[in-house]
Design a protein around this ligand. Structure first.
Ligand code: ADP
Ligand code: MG
Length: 720
């Protein structure tokens, strides 16, 4: 049903996105049943859907040439008419369509491989824009598989090309016309502007109406770029406002612990370390302590590459809580890691004392540490649980067993979660549970899987972030190589033998098998048997995989740590955290099956001591993406740089994982291309939320956040 174009009352308020969302698209003139079905296929129901159906690309006809001017070897674009077209069968039953086009200045041959439908699309006499690379075939210029745009009657210098679908059966100019009509109808009342002027000025952003016109009907590519910038900003800002608002609400409602600023215990610990802190460690500890001494609960993420020294920062956090008489918990994702942490902490904290608040004979007592995993059973378990509840244990190290019911603390002051990516959302949330007095512990989440800063702002947007961007001095960089040929692989085992002969140790990581852990274990067994019997015969080789009983795992790890085992053949159970400085070789089999982050993690198991270390990626026939990944690993040892490469290769969809799926607001914005804008949007969100009047001063914006990021999206965004 067509809406009469009568002018609205003069004082009508400007149109909001919510208004547009409430108007059905069939109210536009010319939307009959066929068009409507097509629009619905594209997911377009409302006028808002329509105007946010952005062009996929643009035909820049200022770059249009005539056929006469086309040069072989260069890209070109011409507007021309089809003069002949025919389909032929070629070898293997495939088809080839040959066409000739002309524009009055000359003729050009086109060939399309396996696109038989072109005959129907381009009957003789059709006018279209053709673009592609010009090549020469038997002295004649031609284009192979050019891009074809039917532009109908569209004129103008820049022509938008809309995303379409076969089913929708709508031409790009039909879509363009509908959008143009919708925007025209908005003109009398104008579009409401959710951003304050100062914010638009600060970032040089055009207003909303200009942006919508500029994205759909740009007069130049520069105008389009400006429009895009504004719309990208809007998308990113909505997400950041949702995150920052949630963060502030949490802070308002939660009661934290105001930890003591005394640093006697911390300084005694730091003073005993055989090394000075790196500047990055110093900075991170200062940031954490500043959070902890405030009454708000801390929710902080510590990002640091493998080997950056996150453990020291974790201990500093826990000791800050313990100093004031609270308890600390360090949670690791696996038993192997929890046990390793317990060993390290027992060594580093031995003999440290804390104030005895239970009225013992002496003012001080020894700091007490306990390990709690699923292997802690029977009497030992009962003792640990009793002591935790009584406050007789200051620091507990464990796995997720720590958050099982029945584990109670006297006063849990700080929780550090190591290697966060192994933990689920619920597990993280469970540790935020309040103490009996209603105060929640401070939480530090650590991850060695660096994600680009901008992605972190979105994925962990409700957390504050500290970064260890500096490795302790004196590390010899790990030299990484890629073994593809049989000879190169043989050389790998030679290298392992040589290192072992020199007193060092090696890891061999078995192929990753997605389908099942069972198959993975089988393949690991096979690799293990072969290496022990053939390639590494005579060396002490042991196997470690996730399905072994934990006692067996721990005894293998202990033997490897003590140097009794030369070579550890393992599945990815050794991916995170394992620290054996004497190990200098990491061999990763079928390396192209692993992702960049995982390879980088695995590689980080070596190069932890003062010896020169090597990592060899074994992979014979990787996919193109696999090649790019392996080459990136060979080229760089910087986790943050690799994270950027990963983002480029995989796109944000994967990096954001589940979280991104439910989120439909990122239509134009790309966390890759628009990195800097993520940061701007985050700054702006803080400025708005914390500014005079808070978000209440920006009702329009709040309304858009709630409209566009529907409830489930917001929930999705804030989870974790
Ligand atoms: P990650 O960040 O991977 O958890 P760790 O905390 O395990 O790193 O530290 C890796 C190694 O570096 C450990 O052996 C640790 O003792 C050592 N280390 C940590 N900080 C420093 C420092 N400031 N100077 C020298 N070595 C350090
Ligand atoms: Mg660690």
């Amino acid at each position: 049903m067509a809406e009469s174009p009568a002018a609205p009352p003069r004082d009508a308020r400007p149109i909001t996105l919510r208004d547009l969302a409430g108007m059905e698209v069939q109210r536009l003139a010319g939307v009959g049943p066929k068009t409507l079905t097509g629009l619905h296929h594209l997911g377009i129901e409302s006028i808002l859907d329509l105007v946010s159906h952005y062009p996929r690309r643009y035909l820049d006809r200022t770059r249009q040439a005539t056929i006469r001017d086309l040069r072989a070897g260069e890209e070109g674009m011409v507007l021309a008419t089809v003069q002949s077209i025919e389909s032929r069968r070629v070898r293997g039953g495939r088809s080839m369509v040959m066409a000739t086009i002309g524009d009055g200045t000359g003729r050009l041959r086109l060939s399309f491989f396996n696109q038989g439908w072109r005959v129907k699309q381009l009957p003789i006499g059709t006018e279209a824009v053709f673009h592609g690379k010009v090549d020469e075939f038997r002295g004649q210029r031609q284009m192979t598989n050019p891009v074809v745009d039917l532009i109908g009657t569209r004129t103008g210098r820049i022509i938008p090309v809309y995303p379409q679908s076969e089913k929708a059966n709508l031409s790009t100019w039909e879509l363009g016309d509908l959008v143009a009509q919708a925007l025209r109808r908005c003109q009398p009342r104008g579009l409401a502007e959710p951003l304050p002027a100062w914010l638009r000025d600060r970032h040089g952003l055009v207003d909303r109406a200009t942006a919508l016109r500029g994205i759909h009907e740009p007069a130049s590519m520069a105008e389009m770029a400006q429009a895009r910038r504004r719309l990208v900003f809007d998308e990113l800002l909505r997400i950041q406002v949702a995150l920052v608002r949630a963060k502030r609400e949490l802070e308002r409602s939660a009661l934290g612990i105001e930890h003591s600023a005394d640093r006697g215990l911390l300084d005694r610990y730091l003073g005993r370390l055989p090394f000075p802190l790196t500047r990055a460690q110093d900075r991170a500890i200062a940031e954490i302590r500043s959070d902890m001494t405030r009454p708000l609960p801390m929710h902080r993420l510590l990002q640091g590459d493998v080997g950056a020294g996150k453990t020291v920062v974790a201990v500093a956090t826990l000791l800050t809580a313990i100093e004031g008489g609270h308890q600390g918990a360090l949670m690791a994702p696996t038993e192997v890691l929890a046990e390793q942490h317990a060993i390290g902490l027992r060594r580093d904290l031995a003999g440290l004392t804390v104030a005895d608040r239970e009225g013992g004979l002496f003012p001080e007592r020894e700091l007490r540490l306990a390990l709690l995993t699923n292997r802690t059973t029977g009497v030992e378990r009962t003792r640990v649980l009793t002591d935790l509840a009584a406050g007789a244990i200051d620091l507990v190290v464990g796995t997720h067993a720590l958050i099982q019911s029945g584990v109670g603390f006297r006063s849990l002051g700080a929780v550090v979660i190591d290697e966060q990516h192994r933990f689920g959302v619920e597990q993280r949330a469970a540790l935020r549970v309040a103490n009996e007095d209603g105060r929640v512990p401070d939480v530090l989440v650590m991850t060695a899987t660096p994600i680009p800063r901008t992605a972190a702002m979105t994925v962990y947007g409700d957390l504050d972030v500290s970064v260890l961007d500096e490795l302790p001095p004196g590390r010899t960089p790990i030299v990484t190589s890629w073994a593809r040929t049989d000879a190169e692989v043989d050389a790998v085992w030679e290298l392992v033998r040589n290192e072992v002969a020199g007193g060092r140790q090696a890891y061999v990581v078995c192929p990753l098998i997605d389908e099942s852990e069972k198959l993975e274990v089988a393949s690991a067994n096979e690799v293990f048997e072969r290496l022990r019997a053939v390639d590494l015969a005579g060396l002490s080789v042991e196997l470690l995989h996730g399905r072994m009983p934990s006692a067996a795992k721990e005894s293998v790890m202990a033997a490897f740590r003590s140097g009794d085992v030369d070579v550890l053949v393992a599945t990815t159970v050794i991916e995170v955290g394992v620290d054996v400085p004497n190990a200098t070789v990491m061999v990763i089999l079928d390396a192209d099956r692993f992702g960049i982050a995982q390879l980088h993690q695995l590689r980080g198991r070596v190069g932890r001591g003062s010896y020169a270390s090597r990592c060899v990626l074994v992979g014979a026939e990787p996919t193109p993406d696999g090649v790019a990944r392996l080459e990136a690993l060979v080229r760089s040892t910087d986790g943050f740089e690799l994270a950027e490469v990963d983002l480029d290769l995989r796109g944000e969809g994967t990096i954001m994982g589940e979280r991104q799926k439910g989120q439909n607001d990122l239509r134009l914005a790309s966390l890759r291309r628009d990195r800097e804008w993520v940061a701007h949007a985050r700054d702006a969100a803080f400025a708005l939320v914390d500014g005079p009047g808070g978000l209440d001063a920006h009702p329009q914006l709040v309304d858009e956040v709630d409209l566009v990021l529907r409830d489930d999206d917001q929930e999705q965004l804030l989870k974790g």
